[in-house]
Design a protein around this ligand. Structure first.
Ligand code: ZN
Length: 202
């Protein structure tokens, strides 16, 4: 492809090929498309990226993405269900199934499997407990992955929520072991949600 030897182009190809699902070949095709459409693509893309860089941050309360120009969804009206996920990608997968339309809490990862007491790793667990208390939430749905780390994390969260009396449920184990939410198909997720089990059964 004739995009070689121009440093700016090579730099851009390098960056674009770091995006998920793209290798050097498709990155070159994208860059070529961009340089051939300066006004229609490069200009608005540059502006939009600058806006995202400047204004989009992760909410310190719920872990979701928010704009610095407006309040996060977690501060909006009352809600009584929270679905706890590891990552934003997991949330998007569940949202796409349409089975759950309530609020989310994005932990930002999992606890390490062995030192469950080591919680100084930036997971948004304390703020989850605060949300539950503040909004009189009735159900917390734990949708962490079916890995050792996911299980450890969900046990730890149940422990932290003990005093709140909130009902805690966990996605049904139709999820394959080690199964990460992000890669589950719609059908599996649907039944895992529908048949979710109570963790604190009383
Ligand atoms: Zn938030």
């Amino acid at each position: 492809m004739a995009v070689n030897n121009v440093k700016e182009i090579e730099d851009l190809v390098k960056i674009v090929s770091k995006l998920p699902g793209l290798g050097p070949k498709s990155a070159k095709r994208i860059v070529l498309k961009l340089v051939n459409n300066r006004e229609e693509l490069i200009k608005p893309l540059t502006n939009t990226l600058a806006q995202v860089y400047k204004n989009v941050i992760r909410c310190k309360i719920c872990g979701n993405l928010k704009s610095t120009n407006s309040d996060c969804v977690c501060l909006s009206k009352k809600y009584d269900q929270i679905c706890v996920v590891e990552t934003i990608a997991d949330m998007w997968v569940i949202q796409n199934t349409g089975i759950y339309k309530g609020h989310y809490h994005i932990l930002g990862g999992t606890l390490p499997s062995f030192e469950s007491k080591n919680i100084g790793n930036g997971l948004l667990i304390e703020s989850l407990v605060n949300r539950v208390k503040k909004n009189s939430v009735k159900e917390v749905i734990l949708a962490t992955s079916a890995s050792v780390e996911g299980e450890t994390t969900s046990h730890y969260i149940s422990d932290c929520l003990k005093d709140t009396k909130v009902k805690i449920t966990r996605l049904a184990r139709g999820v394959p072991v080690g199964g990460e939410i992000e890669f589950l198909d719609d059908g599996t997720l649907h039944s895992a949600f529908k048949n979710r089990n109570s963790v604190n059964s009383d």
